[in-house]
Design a protein around this ligand. Sequence first.
Ligand SMILES: [Zn+2]
Length: 491
Amino acid sequence: MGTLFKNGTIITASDMVKADMLVEGSTISVIGRDINPEGHEVVDCTGKYLMPGGIDVHTHLELPFGGTVSNDDFDTGHKAAAFGGTTAHIDFVIQPKGGSLHDGLNTWRKKASVAQIDYGFHLAVTDLRPEVLDEIPSLVQEGVTSLKLFMAYKNVFQVDDATLFKTMEVAAKHGMIVMVHAENGDVEASLTPRLLAEGKTAPYDHYLSRPREIEGEATNRATVMSGMTGCPLYVVHVTCEPAVQAIQRGRAAGIPVMGESCTQYFFLTAKKHLGAPGFEGAKYICSPPIRTEHDHGVLWQAIRDGSLQHVSTDHCNFWFEGGKGPWQDWMQKYNGGNWVEYEAQDPSYRRPGKELGKGNFAKIPNGMPGLEERMMVMWEHGVNKGRLSPQKFVELMCTNPAKIFGMYPKKGTLSVGADADIVVWDPNHKHVLSVETTHMRTDYIVYEGMEVTGKPVKVYQRGIKLVDGEQWLGHNGGGQFIHRHPNAPVL
Ligand SMILES: [Zn+2]
């Protein structure tokens, strides 16, 4: 007995056709007209679209950062993702300073033991000692085919150019892809203390510490190295015109450079959101910062014309008002414990959040929630507003990330033999996004009050139903690690 999705409209990156789809076991077995329903469970999809499960290749679940830990973990983050139509993501493993890449990998594997949806790992290299360079090729056997390097966050994650260059040489040799956070961290580290000394400490001043030029410069620098080493490069969270132009110049010259932007960079502006009264702007702090309406237009054009290939979230959420509860007492009592453990004992407690940076923007934990809303927000403002065809939407949200990161065609499309990761999308479902109805672990969302038409009403992973309306049917440990393959195509 299988599950038969009947009378729906199947959308892939190339087609939009009315057809039935049969799932047997964990994969799609038949796509065709008038499939005989006998012996199968029938899901009536009249008036609905069937899309591949969304893929988000940029998330930070349970990330220790900025003196605290990001809120959503592989349990809460996964549920929220699936309610929003995302069934697979790739999270960033951080190599501990002084430790090995596998030390980081082991830590993240423990976090993922509660996984509800499928996940992969990128490895963020923070400390490239000679033995770590030698360790890189072994990651491929583990199904980890992408490395990330930070050109920003000086004295935290930032690597120098020699590290970036050498990593690219090794990655190229082993069919891996290198990702960069492209901002010139040295310039940022010069601007920030100057601003603070001038009394410019508010959330908006974070924006002044990270001008678009330093993003454009770093993007260009990494692109040049990609050209010299032949290593495929993927620039994460591209926000602005100078960075898009650097990628376009590289691509025009035949350099294997690709990139993504994230949902928030299409909607939020520094002026309105970071410049909101009081400390409100802290909600929207991320790096690189949100920019201007002009940059929004540049990004829409860049995803339309293929200069950028994916829209992810960089989901890394912190309480706006965290730090509530008697944690100071507890930290004293349990020296060496952590907030995550404490919350398990007292769920009413909130770990520290954005309030850490009151009076000093440099101490505001960077990041915001968005994992759940990505598909709905981009559908509303992409497809419903006529900027993207439904096929282009699927290409950006599902297919391209699967191809670039070595998961295709198992993930990222609806075809015979593919994993039955299926979103049943109701294109007529009108609703208003709100923190009141989100599944993310957060006390705010950045699209509060946005009206959207189109929503996942049923979500399946490998043939198993995870979401049915407001009902959650998945379970901890149900999500599987995605073993990705090297030598993925450059799009
Ligand atoms: Zn990130």
